[in-house]
Design a protein around this ligand. Structure first.
Ligand SMILES: Nc1ncnc2c1ncn2[C@@H]1O[C@H](COP(=O)(O)OP(=O)(O)O)[C@@H](O)[C@H]1O
Ligand SMILES: [Mg+2]
Length: 325
């Protein structure tokens, strides 16, 4: 359903997408996992014919994205980061408008809308103005709209970004339902590990390049290592102590320090880490996640925090506590 060869996109001298190649089969649930700025949106925009590549070729549903752009556009559904619903219309009217624009046969519109509104859990809100919807409801409606004309491929660019964790899980359940009931090919981009873990195959993208591509299980197996995670009162100091005293690569993300260990080497490292890290508050050993795969390949976390900034924040808090504020 998607065939990409040597695709490159440059913005002046900057290469946002760097000679990537990959293919996605019919019915596959395919994901691009990568940090902000990796080139995910640029790739998806080229595939959706919204951007022209600098070099290389891409076919979607068998159509060339440059020479057969109109045919590509008619055969895909898209949910992009910028909302594109009409706030002044009801949910139902938004869908009707889309059905007409895409030439969905008249008598198919009502049953198809009913089916999709049910699928995204908005059947009872279909006559409400979109203006009154929460961010999560709008995103769900956009997903329903993207599927309305039965596209061969649905593009979802970070479908849950900017939503709270609970809404994110909720949307994820609906996307799971689509996968089961619609059988559409889905290409999604994300920087959330949980979303990538649910894909059939994942391409890990960094600095415009695909650095690994396989099933989540195979990607994790290739790391062949234990992962130690630990928490400490001063995470920045802890990262430095681990790097300096033990010579190990430690990375801080979401307040948790990750230390990769060789396969089976985790347990031997635990006492050494406990001795090196001041004010250790938690420690555990586990098998790698896709986050660890990224870390293993790049030496960075997908959402890496800088230790310095965290220490500064703590310092400010301590100072304000001393002042009694
Ligand atoms: N229109 C543009 N002009 C110049 N640079 C751009 C443009 N669009 C994206 N970029 C740059 O290309 C890189 C990849 O961006 P993007 O594809 O949006 O990444 P992602 O979606 O993975 O966060 C970023 O460094 C971004 O700043
Ligand atoms: Mg993006």
């Amino acid at each position: 359903m998607i065939q990409v060869e040597n695709l490159t996109k440059k913005f002046k001298d900057f290469t946002a997408v760097d000679a990537i190649s990959f293919a996605v089969g019919a019915g596959e649930f395919f994901g691009f996992l990568g940090p902000n700025g990796a080139g995910k949106t640029t790739t998806i925009k080229i595939l959706a014919t919204l951007l022209r590549p600098t070099r290389g070729t891409a076919r979607v549903n068998g159509y060339d994205v440059i020479r057969e752009a109109t045919a590509v556009r008619r055969s895909i559904g898209m949910v992009f980061q910028d909302p594109s619903l009409d706030d002044r219309l009801t949910a139902r009217e938004n869908l009707e408008l889309h059905a007409m624009l895409y030439g969905v046969p008249r008598r198919e519109i009502a049953p198809r809308m009913a089916e999709l509104l049910e699928l995204v859990g908005l059947a009872d809100r279909q006559r409400d103005l979109v203006r009154k919807f929460s961010g999560g409801m709008k995103r769900r409606l956009e997903i329903a709209r993207g599927l309305l004309h039965r596209p061969g491929v649905l593009f979802l660019d970070e479908p849950t970004v900017g939503l709270d964790p609970q809404t994110r899980n909720h949307i994820w359940e609906y996307i799971g339902g689509i996968r089961k009931n619609e059988g559409a090919t889905v290409f999604l981009t994300t920087h959330y590990i949980e979303e990538a873990e649910a894909c059939d195959r994942v391409g890990i993208i960094d600095h415009g390049k695909i650095i690994a591509l396989d099933t989540p299980a195979a990607l994790k197996a290739a790391v062949n290592a234990d992962v130690i995670t630990l928490q400490a009162e001063a995470p920045g100091e802890a990262v430095r102590a681990i790097r300096e005293q033990l010579g190990l690569r430690a990375v801080l993300t979401d307040g948790v320090i990750h230390v990769p260990a060789g396969n089976g080497a985790g347990e031997r490292l635990v006492p050494r880490l406990a001795a090196a890290v001041p004010a250790l508050t938690a420690l555990s050993i586990r098998k790698p996640t896709l986050e660890d795969v990224f870390l293993h390949l790049t030496g960075r976390a997908i959402r890496e925090e800088t230790a310095g900034a965290l220490d500064r924040m703590r310092e400010v808090r301590r100072a304000s506590a001393r002042r009694g504020g």
